[in-house]
Structure formats: C-alpha cells, structure tokens
Design a protein around this ligand. Structure first.
Ligand SMILES: [Zn+2]
Length: 304
C-alpha cells in the first residue's frame, strides 16, 4: 500500500478503528478491504466480483443449485447463456428450479405447476403474467400503428421434445458433415449419438472448444448461439417469446417498456419476460448490456 493510498484511508472513517487494530496485520487487511469497496474503480477485479455477486444474489432464491465454473462447467455455461431469466424477481411467475430438464416427464411435471394463458388468435401459451404484459405491449403497439406478433408456431412455450428436435436438427447434419470431411471418425460420431443427453451436450461443447468443430447451422460458431441445449431453452419456462417484428426498434422499445428484453446473445427474435422491471434497473439484478449492431441484450454479468 503506497503513501497516497494510506493518506486516503486516513481520511476515511477507517481511521476510527486504528486504536483497536493498531500494530496488527489485521488492520492492514481491514483497511484494504474498506478501501477496495469504497473505490472499486481502482480495483477492477473487485468490481467484477461485485457485479457477478449481484447476479448470484438475484438468482439465489430462484435456482436450487447454482453451478460454478469449477464444479459444473457445462451447466455454468448454460447459466451464462440463458440465465437472465432467473433474475426475474416477480412473485407471480414460476421459474424452472434447475438449469435444464433432461426428460419430457420432468418438463411435463414443471408445466403442470404453471398458470398459462393463450395469446388471442394464436396457439401461443405463456405464463399469465408474461402474457398479460405482452397483451399490454400489443395494445400500445396498436395505438402507434405497430404490431407485436409471434414469429412462428413455436414462438412461446415449448415441450422438452420440441427443444430436443431443434437440437438434433443441428447435431445430426453436422456430425455427418464432419465425418464425411474426415474431421471426426464414425466411432466418435456414434459415441456422441448414443450418449445420454447431458453427456452429449458436454461432448459437443468440448468438440467446439478443443477442435473448433462448430455445430451451429453454418458451422461458424457454437451450437448454443443457434439452438438451446435440450431442456435448457427459456421457452420451456413459458417466459420467452419469439417476436416477428424484432427488427423494428420502436417495437423493441415497447417490448422493453413492458418487461420483455432480449437476453440471449445474438438470438435476435428472442425476448424474455423479466417481470415488472425497467431497463435502468437491470444492472442491479446483475445483468449487463451486450450490444451487437443495433441490438441490445441483457445477459448475466458473470465471468466466462
Ligand atoms: Zn426464442
């Protein structure tokens, strides 16, 4: 600790503790801790930890087991990709108690707990609070001569099987492509195909990381930027909506006004209901802004 820092500390309330800590190494640590927390900008690492803590605090009552990078890197990755949903503090919604469901039976049991509502004139089911907020947004859009509508027939709640089929629609053709191109042996491809789903997700993500064999539609980036891992899609919760008019910034602003935000990096039509919350309050929930072109995504502020 240099002289300047010490001078700052002397001017802070920390100096009041001096008689108590005098002559002790604990005093130095205590003052360092106080200083770091008073001036986090000078200690960016501390500031980062603090921001990550905000997210972990926001989700601590919403998620039974919070994975860490060291104890469960795959689930941690899924949390980082799709975890904004758990920052929702509304009492009127039900959140999945776990990062992912690994079977249709588990998903059906979760869906049985939800109060769902259908958007008029569609087959689109959402949790009722989320549906109500969307209907309010639709009314405002209509007043402004705009429209808010689902992008397709699977734009709202999804079954486990739907998310599994979407996952396979990327995995299967890419396995074939890599085997044909000699980048993967038939044996490796079959091992991936036969693996239980949690293991299969890990194997695919590992191939992307270690061998740069990507599984998105164009084999340019991670499969997770293209489809969610089975059972981990926010759509399973009934709190996600794929918007047809996502390219219109005025429509996106109305969605934001009613608690609907883009939360999955580069998934442009995908919006998540974060509750009755304004955009300016999202950083306090541990979410950080990620921009790509004209689009803004609010993603978990936790380290890679
Ligand atoms: Zn979506």
């Amino acid at each position: 600790m240099n002289k300047t820092n010490y001078k700052n500390i002397k001017n802070s309330s920390c100096i009041n503790c001096l008689p108590f800590f005098k002559g002790s190494i604990h005093f130095a640590f205590f003052c360092f801790f106080v200083f770091v927390n008073i001036f986090p900008g000078i200690f960016p690492l501390s500031a980062l930890a603090e921001e990550a803590n905000l997210f972990l605090q926001a989700i601590q009552n919403n998620l039974k087991v919070i994975p860490s990078k060291s104890n469960d890197p795959i689930k941690y990755r899924l949390l980082r990709e799709y975890g904004s949903m758990w920052a929702n503090q509304s009492r009127n919604i039900v959140l999945p108690p776990q990062i992912a469901f690994f079977s249709e039976a588990e998903t059906i049991a979760f869906h049985a707990k939800l109060k769902l509502e259908k958007l008029a004139g569609t087959n689109c089911l959402l949790q009722s609070s989320a549906a109500n907020a969307l209907v309010q947004a639709q009314k405002v859009a209509t007043q402004k001569g705009l429209k808010i509508s689902p992008r397709g027939s699977d734009s709202c709640i999804r079954s486990y099987d739907t998310t599994y089929k979407l996952w396979l629609s990327r995995v299967e053709p890419n396995l074939d492509f890599y085997v044909k191109g000699g980048k993967l042996s038939s044996k490796e491809a079959n091992l991936i195909r036969q693996a239980p789903i949690d293991k299969q997700i890990a194997l695919i993500l590992n191939l992307e990381k270690e061998r740069k064999l990507f599984f998105d539609k164009y084999r340019a980036t991670s499969i997770l930027n293209s489809v969610a891992a089975p059972g981990s899609s926010q759509h399973i919760s009934g709190l996600a909506f794929d918007l047809a008019e996502y390219e219109n910034p005025k429509v996106r602003a109305i969605m934001n006004e009613f608690g609907w935000f883009q939360t999955v990096r580069n998934d442009l039509p995908h919006f998540t209901y974060l509750g009755n919350v304004q955009e300016k309050h999202l950083p306090a929930l541990g979410l950080k802004k990620f921009t790509s072109g004209q689009f803004t995504f609010w993603v978990p502020n936790i380290p890679e």
